[in-house]
Design a binder for this molecule. Structure first.
Ligand code: MN
Ligand code: ZN
Length: 499
């Protein structure tokens, strides 16, 4: 994966070239190598800080052009706040803040990866470079003309000055794989729906083969044979045939049970016969954010050669109104044998996931399954865009996801499941119906999914509020956020990899 940010590693003591980027704490103190690099310009920094009311708060930046006494054409001082309260995620943010100060076309820069007390760890230093790349990402491949201020992506040649260049270089390979995974997920979410439909999505997932991921694509015939009537019912109104893609990364011992990630991939959701209103319907090209995350995650894990066996599975459909579309009142039979009365054809994501979850539970016998889906508008009402909704039948898995969310900054918030909610999806004509009414809409959607996990430890992440259209942040300026890749990579790295 190539992008416009090149990163090299040099020792902290080496001479800086290009724009100089340094860090100070909330007492405006810098580390020893930084002090040396600043030399006589330290006084200038003090005066500029006072003039700009810069107090070294975490993520604040002081930008000095043509700094006197320095060779650098520009000096950017980034505040770290109190070093003791820094989290891993803050270093990503520092990289994002730095990238935010730079214009497209920028050439060389040196980043002094040093805190007041001394060199940052390799992971911290490398996170700065990752943040830079995440912030610089732009999806502009369909713009044939660029207006002023839209010059395209930032180009940078970064020298990261670190304590241990060899260790940082190694850490950068893994961290870079994860950034590439996020960028793949963002690209998929941002692509227009006339370009990215189920077959094309499956083709792109197939590109993971070159990293050693095994790919199996189930076409309509194969899914009919398996009895995946819930998924196929959703896609039957579309001219674009449905697909399910199973990806396998075997990084651990043969025979060790895999961990599994399942994504909703509704490439476009009109709502079907229960058609959505026209306003913002274009956003429904992002209704495959769960599947995008799973593909990005599989890339990250395979590219960094994660020592875990991992299954990624995505159900890819287009939900269209048509003479052949499914109707409210239809009853479909899922792969599990359970029957579902369709009440609202716009509650289609759970129908897709029902068959893919069942398939994964039965065919791969995973340690756990985590599914991601832009599933309900109700979760956006409940949690906004800062947390994904989490539902789980397993406290250990839920706690691990919660912790990984805090570490990665991709946060989750657990909501309840229970028999009182479950009975809301009982149907008078079939085993269940596909909606439980307006109240607790995210919860009844999760109850529906739980009927297809076959007792497997499982968590469902409702990412309708976090996968796309989120407010811009220091590390994301894109409509498609790539949410979930860093969260789940963290989960695997922290708990499911042979050390
Ligand atoms: Mn829908
Ligand atoms: Zn949907």
């Amino acid at each position: 994966m190539s992008d416009a940010i090149k990163v090299g590693f040099v020792p902290l003591a080496s001479a800086a070239r290009g724009i100089l980027i340094v860090f100070c704490d909330d007492a405006l103190k810098v580390g020893p190598a930084t002090a040396k690099a600043l030399g006589g310009a330290a006084e200038l920094v003090k005066r500029a800080a006072a003039a700009a009311s810069f107090k070294g708060k975490t993520g604040a930046a002081l930008d000095i052009l043509a700094p006197e006494g320095l060779k650098a054409e520009r000096l950017i001082v980034i505040g770290t706040g109190k070093a003791s309260s820094l989290k891993g995620n803050d270093f990503l943010k520092f990289g994002g803040v730095a990238a935010g100060k730079l214009k497209a076309g920028t050439a060389a820069m040196t980043i002094m990866a040093e805190l007041t007390a001394g060199a940052m760890t390799s992971e911290q230093a490398v996170a700065i470079a990752s943040g830079l790349r995440l912030r610089a990402y732009k999806f502009d491949r369909y713009k044939t003309k660029k207006k002023d201020g839209e010059e395209g992506a930032l180009r940078a040649d970064v020298s990261l000055a670190v304590g241990d260049a060899a260790a940082a270089k190694r850490a950068f390979v893994s961290a870079g794989a994860v950034v590439d995974g996020v960028i793949i997920a963002r690209d998929l979410v941002n692509e227009p729906p006339n370009v990215l439909f189920p077959e094309e999505f499956a083709r792109r997932a197939g590109l993971l083969r070159k990293l050693g991921v095994k790919i199996e694509v189930l076409d309509v015939k194969a899914m009919q044979k398996l009895g995946m009537g819930a998924l196929l019912g959703v896609g039957q109104g579309s001219a674009r045939p449905s697909r399910t893609v199973i990806m396998r990364w075997d990084g651990a011992k043969k025979g060790e049970a895999p961990v599994a990630f399942v994504g909703k991939g509704v490439c476009f959701d009109t709502g079907g016969i229960s058609i959505k209103p026209a306003g913002s319907m274009e956003d429904m090209k992002g209704d495959m954010g769960g599947a995008a995350c799973v593909v990005g995650l599989m890339h990250a894990l395979a590219a960094r050669k994660a020592k875990a066996n991992v299954v990624g599975a995505i159900g890819l459909v287009e939900n269209m109104p048509d003479g052949n579309a499914q109707r409210p009142g239809d009853i479909v039979t899922s792969m599990s044998g359970q029957t579902i009365e369709i009440i609202n054809t716009d509650a289609e994501g759970r129908l897709v996931l029902a068959d893919v979850l069942w398939y994964v539970a039965k065919k791969t016998k995973p340690k756990f399954m985590v599914d991601l889906a832009t599933l309900t508008g109700a979760i956006v009402v409940a949690l906004g865009t800062d947390h994904a909704g989490m539902f789980s039948n397993n406290d250990e898995l839920a706690e691990r996801l919660h912790a990984a969310g805090i570490e990665s900054g991709e946060k989750v918030w657990r909501l309840p499941l229970g028999p009182e909610y479950d009975k809301l999806i009982d149907s008078q004509f079939a085993d269940m119906k596909n909606t439980g009414g307006r109240h607790g809409g995210s919860i009844t959607a999760a109850q529906f999914l739980q009927r297809f996990v076959d007792g497997t430890p499982w968590a469902h992440l409702d990412i309708a509020g976090t996968a796309m259209g989120v407010p811009k942040t220091d590390i994301n300026q894109s409509w498609g956020s790539g949410y979930g890749v860093r969260l789940l990579d963290r989960l695997v790295a922290d708990h499911y990899e042979r050390k």
